[in-house]
Write a protein that binds this ligand. Sequence first.
Ligand SMILES: *Cc1c(COP(=O)(O)O)cnc(C)c1O
Length: 408
Amino acid sequence: MIDFESYIKCCEKKLEDKFELIDGIAFKNQEKVLKAFQKNKIAVRHFAGTTGYGYGDEGRDTLGQVYADAFHAEAGIVSPHILSGTHALTVALFGLLRPGDTLLCVSGEPYDTIRPVISGEGIGSLKDYGVNFKCVGLTSDGLFDFDNIGDTLSDGVGVVYIQRSRGYELRDAFSCSQIGEVCRFVRGRGFKGCIFVDNCYGEFVEECEPTDCGADIIVGSLIKNAGGGIAPTGGYICGGRDYIQRIGGRMTAPSIGLEVGSYEGGYRYFYEGLFMAPHVVAQALKCSLLIGIAMTDLGYKNYPSIDKMPFDITRCIQFDDADAMINFIREVQYASPVDSYVTCEPWDMPGYDDDIIMAAGTFVSGASIELSADGPVKPPYIAYFQGGLTYEHGKCALKNILNKLAKQ
Ligand SMILES: *Cc1c(COP(=O)(O)O)cnc(C)c1O
């Protein structure tokens, strides 16, 4: 019998320095979030639900402002009516762009579910509405290609789009400092439009957010980092007040903007989720590093390198074949608090071209801030592992995985 627990202790010893840095970041972010609550004088009444049009819904309006303040932005839309990260990105892009404008993505191909939103044919995509799309790939080192960005930046570009996290690409997430470099670069070239960041999986990973480094708009999902594992659904869009107003016309209707929107269930989970988010993100980062160091030890290539501090909560782990990948993902499912008895199968998920296998034995359906793993079942057979509401849960999952690998 192999003593997995002493092995895990060994791994933890090697991660001590990084864990200390993560605790430091969580503390800074907790202070930021707390300040945002205090500045907005959050009280019990903000948690109350409303019905119908929701005119004067103080909980809704203040929720947007608290998120905005936590992200050092002017204004924000935070709503359970934003159904997912993809929906949040869609609302924001449609709000900002007009026929004839160009959307310029500078971080390589955007995330799978956003591609049809941008360039789908006859499905009400941005393209169908006459918005052009240009995409600048990354250099072979996975970095921003400044020469190409400079050459592609033209008068018609209305939005420069940056994806912070890797998505289903084999590259590391961008740091806020790298994002800041792009912002300074495009401004230096006279760009006057909106710098837009898909912030999914990046919130509270560093002490700063893209909005601290020159981004005008950041967008994300509440069932990832920003909802702290507590928000039951939703998304956020934060940034400059004028941009948020403009997006508000698309979020609801052009005439009524952000004056309406009710939610009878109330807003406590959304406030509490933001409050928890810095801590929960720290737990997820520790889970990612622990799994990373163990898988590296066992000879599996995985990214980001465990020698580096991660810039998002996801970890890609490469397997030799489909079976090995599927087995790993199944073990994560077996280590879940919910649906632990279920064996994951790949399926044709809406919005994705390939069959996706997903372990998400989560309290909130599909929440990937909870311990989860997924990926398209195709070469190079990469599983994307992320989340963990508690670090201890990550340890339990690792024990499961080690056990399975030992049996083989
Ligand atoms: C998850 C994710 C999205 C989309 O979010 P959903 O909530 O799944 O629609 C967009 N971009 C990135 C980088 C993501 O990781």
